[in-house]
Write a protein that binds this ligand. Structure first.
Ligand SMILES: Cc1ncc(C[n+]2csc(CCOP(=O)(O)OP(=O)(O)O)c2C)c(N)n1
Ligand SMILES: [Mg+2]
Length: 668
């Protein structure tokens, strides 16, 4: 290895074009080696990325999590080789050239699309188009909020995103752009790879959108540049940094730039260039080096770029050491919620067991949130325009408004998908714990980003109310049926459906403590009785399911339920005992995922060996896992209907009588 000092002396003669060509060569060679991948985007955006990193971005590969670093989001995630090439060139220790040679192979850090957590410095997972730009909005919002709390000497950075035509065509971009423009997120700068090509061919096949006009209409600062004119790109980024609004820089580029025959064609989008075109490209761009070889002077020029970020990081550390806000800032970034939160929740449970408080679980959630938000400033609430239905705002929470980020409640607007992505960005940024509400039915709309919360192991809390036909009159468009099954099928996601105020507080506690897994709190619109018979210090929801009611005689049947149907199961058990002398246990099962994690002995002690009946006002899918071959299910078999909730439960036969009858059928 040549020493950096020795390299520096030759680096002076290297041009930014040479630096960009290093990206081009690494991208085309890695894709060729893998025989899979997307060379066109990295080659087209190599010039823009080089200017962005060489002149502007402050990151330090030796301290990739330094809190005040600029955030870089490759929204056009299929261009992952752009990011991997940059990481190698900048000198991230976990991105040696061998990782590029193993592009897209099992166990490599160079997955097909950038995966947060696979390699240092990947701020978010991208690939599903539109997610990156929308996640970046959350990061830029978190930056402004933390700056308002801790001051500009500790928090003062930009969020840069590279987005393609695909990202801007996706609907989620509309939500994200609108929110960012409205909130005047001036530290957000989006560089659009305006190459007018996507997979099927020219974008004119499917769009006539005037994107700059669209961004302007949403309140953005907009510039158009030639993406291969490095000085023009630099000037545009400089102007964007000065703007008091989020910025779009439309960078007109040629996809696959440098490839003499295929450049400009969709053929470079997602396939290797082929040996002959790679030879021709080397000639065309004057790259006389072997595959994966970057000459010392060019590598040195890149490594010097990293030194600028390192100096910025050191200066920041000195400011932090001298800051009176140091402790508070470090606590926030550490992400640990204070004990006071959990003490407040314990006191809350004690109080409401005593009072036997009967409220809807959405109301219980609001009451629990009042305790939580009173004990910490780290939580950031919000709702997709259903604040007074989801009950997500609590006393003393100031709103975030354009230009003033001192509050902690976000009106996300009617933008479920954008909200979920923004919450991912807030969680990824660090320093804040986001939760946000909508109706459970609209989990469908938020789904793309919810999946990424789970894939990225982020603590995001989804507050999803109006969780069944129990919402009543709004009817089948608003009544979730298959949503629980969809959410439960999602890996690394805890789905909580609490039955009463006590379980609701317990589930909130579990969600907040779940630092590497998002949670969905599934909550009722209608009032539900307090079912817990005795106070306990133990969080009984923490094992996923527990015996709520054990009959005095040997169990003849076990009734399993969640949420609002636990009350029905309890009534059914009482009826079975009273009218038929049948001993029925009731299991409340607020979280399948946590129950699945318990050992077999615990699971057996809860479920017993008697036949089982499950009751849930939702689709059956998944319940057979718990009721077994011989079990029965009482629930929904089709869409709901519009009527008062009690009428609907009768109409769809989800009643104590129906559950008792199903139980009788099993055991007689
Ligand atoms: C949500 C989503 N839909 C579809 C795809 C598949 N896909 C990957 S790249 C792409 C085309 C993107 O076009 P553009 O952003 O212009 O990229 P370019 O071809 O310019 O590199 C598509 C449809 C995806 N990754 N995500
Ligand atoms: Mg394109």
């Amino acid at each position: 290895m040549t020493s950096l000092a020795a390299l520096k002396s030759v680096a002076a003669s290297v041009s930014e074009r040479d630096m960009a060509n290093a990206i081009r060569a690494l991208a085309m060679d890695s894709v060729q080696r893998a025989n899979s991948g997307h060379p066109g985007m990295p080659m087209g955006m190599a010039d823009v990325a080089t200017v962005l990193f060489s002149r502007f971005i402050n990151i330090d590969p030796t301290a990739p999590d330094w809190p005040d670093r600029d955030r870089f989001v490759l929204s056009a995630g299929h261009g992952s080789m752009l990011q991997y090439a940059l990481h190698y060139l900048l000198g991230y220790e976990d991105m040696p050239i061998e990782e590029l040679q193993r592009f897209r192979q099992l166990g490599s850090r160079t997955a097909g699309h950038p995966e947060h957590g696979h390699a240092l410095g990947i701020e978010t997972t991208t690939g599903p188009l539109g997610q990156g730009i929308s996640t970046a909005v959350g990061m830029a919002l978190a930056e402004r909020m933390l700056a308002a709390r801790h001051g500009a000497d500790l928090v003062d950075h930009y969020t840069y995103a590279i987005a393609g035509d695909g990202c801007l065509q996706e609907g989620i971009s509309h939500e994200a752009i609108d929110l960012a423009g409205h909130l005047k997120l001036s530290r957000l700068i989006v560089l659009w790879d305006d190459n007018a090509i996507s997979i099927d061919g020219p974008t004119s096949l499917s769009t006539s959108m005037d994107q700059p006009a669209r961004f302007k209409a949403a309140g953005w600062h907009v510039q158009l540049v030639d993406g291969h004119d490095m000085e023009a790109v630099a000037a545009a980024i400089e102007a964007a940094r000065q703007s008091d609004r989020p910025s779009l820089i439309a960078c007109r580029t040629v996809i696959g730039k440098g490839a003499p025959n295929l450049g400009g064609s969709e053929k470079t989008h997602g396939a290797p260039l082929g040996d002959a075109e790679i030879v021709a490209t080397r000639e065309n761009i004057g790259w006389a080096y072997a595959p994966f070889e970057v000459p010392d002077d060019i590598l040195s020029a890149w490594r010097e770029v990293a030194e600028r970020g390192q100096a910025a990081r050191r200066a920041w550390e000195q400011r932090l050491a001298a800051s009176p806000r140091r402790k508070a800032f470090e606590r926030a970034i550490g992400g640990k919620l204070p004990d006071a939160v959990f003490e407040a929740l314990a006191a809350f449970r004690e109080e409401h067991v005593e009072k036997a408080t009967k409220v809807a679980t959405r109301k219980a959630s609001e009451m629990a949130l009042a305790a939580i938000n009173g004990a910490t400033e780290l939580t950031v609430g919000g709702s997709a325009d259903l604040t007074h239905s989801n009950l997500t705002i609590t006393k003393g929470m100031d709103r975030i408004v354009p230009g003033d980020y001192a509050g902690r409640y976000v009106h996300y607007g009617i933008r479920e998908h954008g909200m979920a992505a923004a919450m991912n960005g807030i969680a990824l940024h660090g320093g804040l714990v986001p939760y946000g509400g909508t109706f459970l039915c609209f989990a469908d709309y938020a789904r793309g980003a919810m999946r990424l919360s789970a894939l990225m192991s982020q603590r995001v809390v989804y507050v999803m109310t109006h969780d069944s036909i129990g919402l009543g009159e709004d009817g089948p468009t608003h009544q979730p049926i298959e949503h629980l099954a969809m959410l439960r099928a999602t890996p690394n996601l805890n789905v909580f459906r609490p039955a009463d105020i006590i379980e609701t507080a317990e589930c909130w506690e579990l969600a907040l403590k779940s630092e590497t897994r998002p949670s969905v709190l599934v909550l009722s619109r209608q009032n539900l009785p307090m079912l817990r018979q005795a106070r306990s210090d133990e969080n009984r929801s923490s094992r996923g399911a527990y015996v709520l009611r054990e009959p005095s005689a040997h169990r003849a049947v076990t009734l399993i339920a969640t949420g609002s149907e636990v009350e029905i199961a309890v009534a059914a058990a009482e009826r079975l005992e009273r009218e038929h002398g049948i001993a029925a246990a009731v299991v409340s099962m607020p979280c399948w995922e946590l129950f699945e994690e318990q050992d077999a002995d615990y699971r057996k002690s809860v479920f017993g060996s008697a036949p089982r009946v499950a009751v849930e006002a939702a689709a059956r899918l998944g319940w057979d896992r718990w009721i077994g071959e011989t079990g029965a299910f009482v629930g929904m078999t089709g869409f709901g209907a519009s009527a008062p909730a009690p009428d609907l439960y009768k109409h769809f036969d989800i009643t104590p009588e129906a559950v008792a009858a199903a139980a009788m059928k099993l055991i007689i």
